[in-house]
Design a protein around this ligand. Structure first.
Ligand SMILES: Cc1cc2nc3c(=O)[nH]c(=O)nc-3n(C[C@H](O)[C@H](O)[C@H](O)COP(=O)(O)OP(=O)(O)OC[C@H]3O[C@@H](n4cnc5c(N)ncnc54)[C@H](O)[C@@H]3O)c2cc1C
Length: 425
């Protein structure tokens, strides 16, 4: 390890004994799944880690709470027990009158099950694991990077100045910190918006996620996105809808109305109780202008790592967080550049295909027949599931891998036309 991990956690005292500044190996801004993954992995590897979270311990995050097998694999890698989560066997896809209930694909790479784990509890478990590993976790404290001549040298938070060899931006969908670092989303690239609530249901222990792909707004315009029922196993279901910015009329889309109309659609089948909390919406970032620079990297949502095909971001947060820690423990000096390259090798091609796909389905006349095709038979629906969930096994790609490859090539060719003819918002 070439980083200064053996350096004792130092507090430099001024001549009058007042604390001037502190020094750690890694300072993390944000304790969502991405930041917590870095904290857990790096602290277990012996690094001195401090993580600042502006929310309280046990804060909620607006989310569908769905974990794909890929995300369960990442939690397994972090040795996080999933006893508190509700185990999920597969996905029920609904497109118009077509209903297909599928098990998750079995691959050597990922577990054969997913889960639903309400974020209040999942994130608390991850934050606690970070603290157990030896990271200092500071709650209700908003942090900002210190930028010295273009280099990030640490963070300031609540009057504390913490210098670090690496600052990890894990602050979620881009905001103030991203603006300071020029790491905002790319204006021409798509993003998503989604809204969710919880409701009581006797079907809370259903073992399938449910996704309704054929959503329409109040004007009858097809919505590229889906409505979901994610049973939490605790008496409730997470109910929500999400849409992509490539949709015609996106700027005027009323998510509350869309959620209400979806609730009406599923109410009887799920014997649904009233909303247990006011529906809340949030952004799904799908690009970033930069995800590294001298002394810093961005991970998870802060790096725009959300799958445009299903809105999944927990796994990408966990995976990018683990990768960042591993690279740091290996060699701190080269971490930002290597992180940018390796996270790109793992996700960029897939996410680029997903963004191109989102321009394609932004056209209602493509979306409707496309949906019918995507669930036309069990075999095709299985491919749809594997591709959308990024569950393609690269070593033995099979049909889904070939579809992914062909989609990448075809969408690459038609991308300029799709962008030019994008459905006007
Ligand atoms: C409605 C909706 C439904 C979704 N459903 C799913 C789903 O079912 N499955 C899935 O995988 N993904 C889903 N996502 C995406 C998922 O929620 C995110 O991708 C995921 O939370 C990203 O994790 P993160 O750690 O990068 O960011 P976050 O979880 O957003 O965590 C960032 C943390 O940083 C903190 N923070 C921000 N700024 C500061 C600061 N300056 N100082 C200190 N702390 C700060 C925030 O308080 C927050 O706790 C959904 C998103 C939405 C909006």
């Amino acid at each position: 390890m070439t980083c200064a991990l053996d350096r004792a956690f130092r507090r430099d005292f001024g001549h009058r004994g007042a604390v001037q500044s502190e020094r750690v190996d890694i300072a993390i801004i944000g304790a969502g799944p991405a930041g917590a993954a870095t904290a857990i992995r790096a602290a277990r590897g012996g690094a001195r880690v401090v993580m600042f979270e502006k929310g309280a311990h046990g804060r909620d995050k607006v989310c569908g709470d769905g974990l794909t097998p890929r995300a369960v694999g990442a939690l397994d890698e972090l040795k996080i027990p999933l006893d508190d989560a509700h185990r999920i066997r597969g996905l029920r896809m609904i497109a118009g009158k077509q209903v297909r209930e599928l098990d998750w694909p079995t691959t050597d790479r990922f577990p054969d099950h997913g889960a639903v784990w309400p974020r209040r509890r999942l994130d608390a478990a991850l934050m606690d694991a970070a603290a157990d590993a030896g990271a200092e976790v500071v709650y209700e404290s908003e942090a900002e990077p210190i930028i010295d001549s273009g280099r990030v040298s640490g963070i300031v938070a609540d009057g504390r100045t913490v210098h670090a060899d690496l600052t990890v931006v894990a602050a979620g969908a881009q905001g103030a910190v991203a603006r300071m670092l020029g790491a905002e989303r790319v204006p021409d690239e798509p993003f998503g918006l989604a809204i969710r609530s919880y409701a009581a249901t006797p079907r809370h222990d259903d073992v399938h996620l449910e996704a309704c792909l054929s959503m329409q707004d109040e004007h009858g315009t097809a919505v590229p996105g889906y409505g979901w029922m994610f049973p939490a196993g605790d008496g409730t279901v997470n109910i929500g809808v999400g849409a992509l910015s490539t949709m015609k009329g996106f700027k005027k889309l009323n998510l509350n109305t869309l959620l209400e109309s979806y609730r009406h659609q599923v109410r009887d089948d799920w014997d649904l109780g009233p909303n247990l909390e006011r529906p809340r919406a949030w952004r799904l970032p799908m690009s970033t202008q930069r995800r590294h620079g001298p002394g810093w990297i961005a991970i998870g949502d802060a790096a725009g790592l959300v799958n445009p095909m299903n809105g999944e971001g927990i796994d990408y947060g966990l995976e990018s967080g683990i990768l960042a820690a591993d690279l740091f423990l290996d060699d701190v000096a080269t971490t930002p550049e290597r992180y940018d390259r390796l996270v790109g090798e793992r996700f960029d091609a897939f996410l680029r295909t997903g963004r191109r796909f989102s321009f394609l389905v932004g056209h209602p006349w493509i979306l409707k027949p496309g949906l019918r095709l995507s669930v036309a038979t069990d075999a095709i629906a299985n491919i749809t599931l594997a591709v959308m969930g990024n569950l393609v096994d690269n070593t033995t790609p099979g049909a889904a891998g070939k579809v992914m490859w062909a989609a990448d090539k075809t969408l690459g060719l038609v991308d300029p036309i799709l962008r030019k003819t994008r459905a006007a918002a």
